[in-house]
Design a protein around this ligand. Structure first.
Ligand code: GAP
Length: 476
C-alpha cells in the first residue's frame, strides 16, 4: 500500500542534524508548528545562499546571454488566469475517513506502478476503484480501507490586498505566485527594451513560490512555501532542439561540478506533456532519505504558449521583430526550473556520512561528517585554540579577525578539541585550524582536513594563501 510518509532512518538522521546544528527548524514551533513550512537557521541559510550563488554564477555571471530579475511575489491576478493556473493547477486528493490523513491520488497509484501524472480525474478514480475491488487500497497511516474517491484540490494560495474588510472578496483576491517564471514573462518586454538584448537570451531569477501542497510529510523536499531558481530562455523555434540539448548538458554538468556522482542522478522523460510543450525532462536524484530517485529540476520546452497567453489576456503585443530576417514572431521558451530547498536536501543527503574515526585515547567511535563541496560549506574555516589560556586565544583571535574578511569563519574555544572537531565535522567545515603551545615557538598552526582528518603544519604568514588555494571559489 502507498507509503507517502517516506521518513526512513536516513531522513530522521538528516532532519535531526538540521535541528540540532541550526540548519533547519519547523516553522512556528512554539505554537505547535505549521505543516510543511520550515525556517532556515544560521548554517542552513549559509548553505542555501551558497547553493543559490553557485546556480547564479553558472546561469548569469558566466554567461553573456542571460540577465537577472527579481520580480514581486504578488502579481496581477489575471497573470494566473492567462497561465492556466487558476483553472487548472490542481492535484487529485484522497482522504482517509478514519484518521483524516490526506494523500495525493497519483502518488498512491505510483506505489502500484501506475503512472497517473497529469491524468484526468475519471481515469484516476477508475484505477482507484480497481484497487479497491481487489482490496488493495488501504490508508498508509492507519490501514483503514475507508478512503474517499479522488477529488480536485487547487494548489493556488490566495490572499487579498486593498480590501477594507477582513473577508476575502473575490475582486480583491490575489495569489501568492505558484512559480517564479510568471514574473519573468511579464518583464520580458521591459527587459528586452531596457537592456537592448537580442534573441536568443534568458532571464533568470531566484525567489519564493507558494503551493497548497496536499502531502507535506517529506521534510524540506515538498513544502508549501519554497524557493525556485528559474531561467527562461527566449528563442526562435528553429533552434529549440539545439538549445534544449545545450541546456540539458549544462544543467547535468552543474550537478557533477558540485560533487554529485553521475550514478546518483538520472533523466526522467515525461511521457504526458502539457498541450503546449514539446519536450520535458526532469533531473532526478537518488535520495537515500526518500528511498529512491525523485525530481529536483525540470527542463521544459514550452513553445510560445506563455507569451501568447499574456499577449492575449493583456492586449499587449509581445512579439519580437528580428531585424536581420525581417521576421516578427512570438518567442518560444525553454525553461530550467529547480527548487532551491530541494537542492539543500539533495546536498545534505549526498554529504551526510557516518564513519568510524579514532578518538584521542586511541579508541574508535562513530563520526558524523557532512562532506559538502567546499564552496557550498556554510563555514569554511574554524579557528580553535587548544586551551583558553590568553597566550593561545590572543593569536587565535588575530587569525580569526584576519580570515573573517576572506571567508565565513568561526572561532570556538569551548569544550575539548575532539568535541570541537566533531561539531565542525557535523556542519561540514572543510578546515579546522588549531593554535597550540608550539605555535608560540614556531609561528605555525595545525590545519586539519575535514575529509581525510590529516593534519598539516602551516606557517602563520602562509595561512591566507594556503586556505585561499584550498578553498578556491572559481573552479567552474
Ligand atoms: N515553472 C515550472 C515549474 O514550476 P515544477 O516542476 O512545478 O515546474 C520546478 O517545479 C521545481 O520546483 C521542481 O523540480 C522542484 O525542485 C521545485 N518544487 C516544486 N514544488 C515544490 C514544493 N512544493 N516544495 C519544494 N520544491 C518544489
Amino acid at each position: 500500500m502507498a507509503k507517502e510518509n517516506n521518513n526512513n532512518q536516513w531522513m530522521e538522521k538528516i532532519s535531526s542534524l538540521c535541528k540540532r546544528r541550526g540548519f533547519v527548524f519547523p516553522s512556528s514551533e512554539i505554537y505547535g508548528g505549521l505543516a510543511a513550512i520550515y525556517d532556515y537557521g544560521h548554517y542552513g541559510t549559509l548553505l542555501k545562499n551558497n547553493i543559490r550563488d553557485a546556480w547564479w554564477k553558472e546561469m548569469v555571471q558566466l554567461r553573456d546571454d542571460i540577465v537577472g530579475l527579481d520580480s514581486a511575489i504578488f502579481m496581477h491576478p489575471t497573470t494566473w488566469v492567462a497561465s492556466g493556473h487558476v483553472g487548472g493547477f490542481n492535484d487529485p486528493q484522497v482522504d482517509c475517513r478514519n484518521c483524516k490523513t490526506r494523500f495525493r491520488a497519483d502518488h498512491i497509484l505510483e506505489e502500484f506502478g501506475i503512472n497517473a501524472d497529469k491524468a484526468p480525474l475519471e481515469e484516476i478514480n477508475k484505477e482507484l476503484d480497481k484497487l479497491r475491488a481487489e482490496n488493495k487500497l488501504k490508508c498508509a497511516v492507519c490501514g483503514s480501507t475507508d478512503l474517499t474517491p479522488a477529488k480536485v484540490f487547487s494548489l493556488m494560495v490566495k490572499s487579498n490586498i486593498g480590501s477594507p474588510t477582513e473577508e476575502l472578496k473575490e475582486e480583491n483576491v490575489v495569489y501568492l505566485r505558484p512559480e517564479t517564471c510568471g514574473g519573468i514573462y511579464l518583464e520580458y518586454k521591459n527587459t528586452l527594451s531596457s537592456l537592448h538584448i537580442k534573441l536568443p537570451f534568458g532571464i533568470a531569477q531566484v525567489g519564493k513560490a507558494f503551493r497548497n501542497e496536499i502531502v507535506a510529510r517529506q521534510f524540506i523536499f515538498r513544502t508549501r512555501e519554497f524557493e525556485q531558481m528559474e531561467m527562461q530562455y527566449f528563442l526562435h523555434p528553429s533552434i529549440m532542439k539545439e538549445k534544449y540539448e545545450m541546456w540539458k548538458n549544462i544543467r547535468w554538468k552543474w550537478y557533477l561540478e558540485y560533487g554529485i556522482n553521475e550514478k546518483e542522478i538520472r533523466w526522467y522523460k515525461h511521457a504526458k506533456l502539457a498541450h503546449y510543450a514539446s519536450e520535458a525532462y526532469d533531473v532526478e536524484f537518488n535520495f537515500k532519505s526518500l528511498g529512491g530517485f525523485k525530481e529536483v529540476e525540470g527542463i521544459h520546452a514550452r513553445g510560445n504558449w506563455d507569451l501568447s497567453q499574456h499577449s492575449k489576456h493583456s492586449g499587449v503585443d509581445l512579439s519580437y521583430f528580428d531585424e536581420k530576417t525581417g521576421e516578427k514572431f512570438i518567442p518560444h521558451i525553454m525553461e530550467t526550473s529547480v527548487g532551491l530547498n530541494r537542492l539543500v536536501l539533495m546536498f545534505l543527503d549526498h554529504a551526510y556520512t557516518e564513519e568510524k574515526a579514532p578518538t584521542a585515547d586511541g579508541k574508535e567511535d562513530l563520526r558524523v561528517v557532512l562532506k559538502l563541496d567546499k564552496r557550498l560549506a556554510p563555514i569554511k574555516v574554524a579557528i580553535l585554540p587548544l586551551s583558553k589560556k590568553e597566550e593561545l586565544t590572543v593569536p587565535a583571535k588575530k587569525i580569526y579577525e584576519k580570515l573573517k574578511k576572506l571567508f565565513m569563519v568561526e572561532y570556538d574555544e569551548t569544550q575539548s578539541i575532539g568535541k570541537r572537531y566533531r561539531r565542525q565535522d557535523e556542519i561540514g567545515t572543510p578546515y579546522c585550524i588549531t593554535v597550540d603551545f608550539d605555535t608560540l615557538k614556531d609561528k605555525a598552526v595545525t590545519v586539519r582536513d575535514r575529509d581525510t582528518m590529516q593534519q598539516e603544519r602551516i606557517a602563520m604568514d602562509k595561512l591566507e594563501k594556503y586556505l585561499t588555494d584550498k578553498l578556491k571559489q572559481s573552479d567552474l
